[in-house]
Design a binder for this molecule. Structure first.
Ligand code: FES
Length: 164
């Protein structure tokens, strides 16, 4: 596709569009290339906005609904932007019993974010997970690669405030 023909999207620069175009070009006509094209496009942008899925579908001559179907089926694809900090809160039994729900309410009140969402300023993405295997530390939250235990009550906010 020629320059100037790219759709407008605030998170996708011209440079990214060029790389995306090259990825699509490589995948064209190759059966089963959709997943690898999606993966490489997500590496470029950080997630897969609908404008991009549309563009990929057109480029590979695959219907947009099929592209959406694949992108939503695999958990490693994200259709929404991710925050700078990925917060995983454990809602497994031990953490539940020790009050993780209270921590989630506090996170929601403070940052206006719910499970599966990203804050408007993209500071945090919030996920709920089932047992992180650290039940002895319950309730547990992982921020990026840091494991935090006993995050009940206000402590959860004290911890998150350290992540910009
Ligand atoms: S239940 Fe939360 S770490 Fe196991």
């Amino acid at each position: 596709m020629k320059k100037g023909k790219y759709p407008h999207h605030p998170d996708i620069t011209d440079e990214m569009w060029k790389n995306i175009d090259a990825v699509i070009e490589e995948g064209k006509g190759k059966p089963g290339s959709l997943i690898s094209v999606l993966r490489r496009c997500q590496e470029q942008v950080g997630y897969l906005p609908s404008t991009l899925l549309d563009f990929i579908g057109k480029g590979l001559s695959i219907s947009t609904s099929e592209v959406f179907g694949v992108a939503t089926f695999y958990s490693f694809f994200s259709l929404t932007p991710k925050g700078r900090n990925r917060v995983k809160v454990c809602t497994g039994t031990a953490c539940y019993v020790k009050g993780i729900k209270d921590a989630l309410v506090r996170i929601g009140d403070k940052y206006g974010v719910k499970k599966g969402e990203t804050t408007d300023d993209r500071r945090f993405s919030l996920e709920e997970v089932r047992c992180l295997g650290a039940c002895g530390l319950a309730p547990v939250m992982v921020v990026n690669k840091d494991v935090h235990g006993s995050v009940g009550s206000d402590k959860v906010i004290d911890i998150l405030e350290k992540y910009e």
